[in-house]
Design a protein around this ligand. Sequence first.
Ligand code: ZN
Length: 571
Amino acid sequence: MKLLPQIASCTLVLLLPLFGCHRASDEEKLRAFITTHLEQTEPLMKSGSLAEWNSNATGEKKYYDEQATAELRIRTIRSNPSDFAFLKTLKESGSVKDPLLQRQLIILFNNFARNQVDTAMLRALTDKQSAVAMAFNTNRGTLAGVVKSDNELQQILSVERNQDKRRAAWEALKQVGKKVAPMLIDLVKLRNQIARQLGFENYYMMMLATDEQDPGEILKVFDELATLTEAPFLSVKQSLDGELAKLFGIAPARLRPWHYEDQFFQEAPTGEGTNLDLLVKRKNVEAVARDFFSGMGLQAGDILDRSDLTPRAGKYQHAYEVDIDRQGDVRTMCNLSDNIYWLGTLLHELGHGVYSKNIDRSLPFLLRIEAHSLVTEAIAKLFEAQARNEEWLSAMIGLGKYDPAAIRKAGETQQRMGGLIFSRWSQVMMRFERALYENPDQDLNTLWWNLVEKYQRISRPERRNEPDWAAKIHFAQYPCYYHNYMLGRLATSQILNGLNKKVRQQEQTVEFSFAGLPAVGSYLKTNIFAPGLRLHWNDLLKQATGEGLTARFFTEQYCTKVGRTSAATSH
Ligand SMILES: [Zn+2]
């Protein structure tokens, strides 16, 4: 069925001399290859994305199967050894000079490099991935024999004062870990087996290398960040622990994971100072988001119209955005509720959405995608932060009877705490995942709690030996990706600094409201969104902000003793 591009170009070589032309150039051969490749894969990518959407929307097995089939077919196409050899030779020859073609060659090469394994193994991989995903999405924890959604259990951790009830809810949230851990370890081993066949040390190393990232460089950035965030994090953590200890009437040393509002302690508690949730209560968060994006000239109405926004049984419990076809069918799946978390999450997902939507549509298909997952995460975080900005809340929602100074303080505290808390959590995730692929047979339960204690300063529960790490969906469904959330935050601060310079003519890394500022939309469209994958992500950042990815702006925003944010808003 498949016309081998090599055969196609050979025919061309034979025929052309009859007409007095030269041999098909390498660039011509590559163009022909891309055309054939896309004829095969583009429809599969679209049907796979749709099946994934439907599987997340319904939890029905047939959609998981459909998605797995599409993925397997794409992987099989990309596993063709002679196609890979063609790309490799071309890449090494340096004969492709056209910059757009060069980029497409790199993307194709990486896509093929990941899949140079036999079909049986690829099938086993997609089957296992699909089974874990389904187990995860359809799981509901049980509390005292009653089935509960993650949102309901998480709600208990937000409001419950009784420590036993909190502990029970926290444990219910971890039940999924026990259920999926054996499947997950099995999957990790298979992923490693594939990576080793391809000459990589393990799957983690392979995924980064084929995603234009250097594992050593990433570790260096995380080490640096660990040092820089340690003291400010400790101070934030101590004051939080002091409040919690008082609230629960226990010594700080007796605090355990279930005393924190977030089950992984990856986010700041929402109730710091004034509870921002009160502002959002009974507000239409969808309408607020629609108006906000439109005010920046980044219309998101069409994205919202295609989206699936409300919670229901069987549906994916988190949130995500997807560009179904790279031609404008951009959607998001959320489980909206009238609180600050879901308002922020909707802005986050729509941030991804307006990025996808505004990529230059005239770019070749392979480049009509975000520069890197870390860059799209950076944009999503940039918009998510607006939900905690007093100026923005005042413009978009109204502060009502609440004191603006108190709201400002609450928002800034949450933002600063959130940044520091997440940075420590991301250390746990990145280091655990790296170690997980280095040796999946080690004592992972102990490793997990060692890292949590070291970086997050949360004491492990006594007499518990459970795979609590496996309750984090990312290891199963988004492997070797989590570090990008943190790198994305570094980029958020860097882009925020760029926006301060461009829009406010200020040399600072401070939050400000984007409400009603088309200048923000046009800066992002031109400098970040439109170029797509035309440039390596770090070159894009260089071009947009004047330098490659650095932790400097994040440190400036989050780690200075008295944050610049506070200084700028004078208190
Ligand atoms: Zn995101």
